[in-house]
Design a protein around this ligand. Structure first.
Ligand code: SF4
Length: 341
């Protein structure tokens, strides 16, 4: 086939997001039949959606093998990860379940089932945009222009599949999402952070820190016993040196666990060392777990004390509180409902 046919296929797949060969109407019939007999296009089935159209929305997708995963669409919020031109950020999953067992998280509650394939990661973006196009037939622009790899799973534990997916989502012929608009979040896999630092891509890195001392992190994040803060900090410094100022520290405030003001100084020191900004996120309750979000007064105190340390930080209070926003929560609820039926 002439090479321009490849460009046509890519355009249909990634720009027009068709979900079958039949829809690629500028390809000759013979080519469509040949493609159809050699390749299948797997799309995600939308099982549930929560949240109103102008707010944060959570999508629960069913994969071809019946497994469930979540993506979250977050409307424009310049203060989050990118700059003022943000339109929509999609938070995508990279694994079914999670092996890392952070004590406050719904995704890890029933363990790890499998890694997502590159196409299942990419398809979360395409399926969301397909859904949006169906709601807004007049819209011609792409919907998602920021990605955070922060949904279910530990992204760097599915390193190769993630990088392959991001290569496609970043490519001008694919998702066309700039590398600096893509944030990869990790619970602290130090060796993989170093590996990522040596890649050519300029992805942003977010560390799910949630504790500024080993004592606190060990209590809530088992990964810290393997890669304690000193090791994690060295890996982050290396990333920072290779990539420039591209690190964010995520800190979920949990009442009585990590919201003591004694955490502020070590957190401030770490942020200054890495030239990182801090996102404070009040905990979203997870059914079956004992953790609570701190009072608004405690959140404000922690936030003010951190600002007094000279750290750039945000307190993200409002988005997603009512939509089972904690990662993995909608999936867990739905799986349990389905099991009881
Ligand atoms: S917070 Fe992230 S790494 Fe920890 S259990 Fe949940 S999904 Fe896994």
């Amino acid at each position: 086939m002439p090479s321009y046919r490849a460009a046509q296929v890519l355009d249909w797949l990634y720009a027009r997001r068709v979900s079958g060969w039949e829809g690629m109407t500028n390809l000759p019939r013979e080519l469509r039949d040949r493609l159809n007999s050699h390749f299948s296009i797997h799309t995600l089935a939308l099982l549930k959606k929560q949240g109103a159209n102008d707010t944060t929305q959570k999508f629960l997708w069913r994969l071809a093998d019946g497994a469930l995963i979540e993506s979250v669409l977050i409307p424009a919020n310049p203060a989050l990860y990118g700059d003022a031109s943000d339109r929509h950020t999609l938070c995508v999953s990279t694994q079914v379940g999670c092996a890392y067992g952070c004590k406050f998280c719904a995704s890890g509650l029933e363990g790890w089932k499998r890694n997502l394939t590159p196409n299942e990661i990419v398809e979360q973006v395409l399926a969301t945009e397909r859904w949006h196009a169906a709601q807004n037939p007049a819209a011609t622009d792409r919907l998602v222009n920021n990605l955070v790899i922060m949904g279910m799973g530990e992204p760097l534990a599915n390193y190769d599949n993630l990088l392959r997916a991001l290569e496609i989502l970043n490519a001008p012929w694919g998702g066309a999402i700039g590398a600096r608009k893509i944030t990869i979040s990790t619970s602290g896999l130090a060796p993989q952070i170093r590996r990522l630092a040596d890649e050519t891509f300029q992805f942003r890195l977010a560390i799910s820190l949630h504790g500024a001392t080993d004592d606190v992190r060990n209590r809530i994040m088992p990964v810290n016993r393997k890669f304690p803060l000193a090791q994690l900090t060295e890996a982050c410094k290396y990333y920072q040196k290779q990539k420039g100022r591209m690190i964010t520290l995520e800190y979920i405030l949990i009442a009585g666990v990590n919201d003591a003001l004694s955490q502020v100084k070590p957190l401030g020191r770490l942020a200054s060392l890495l030239h990182a900004k801090v996102n404070l996120i009040p905990y979203n309750r997870v059914e079956g777990l004992p953790w609570e979000r701190p009072s608004e007064q405690s959140q404000d105190e922690f936030f003010r004390a951190l600002n007094a340390e000279g750290v750039t930080s945000t307190l993200r209070r409002e988005k997603g509180h009512d939509i089972d926003a904690a990662c993995g929560q909608l999936r867990l609820k739905t799986e349990r409902e389905m099991a009881s039926v």
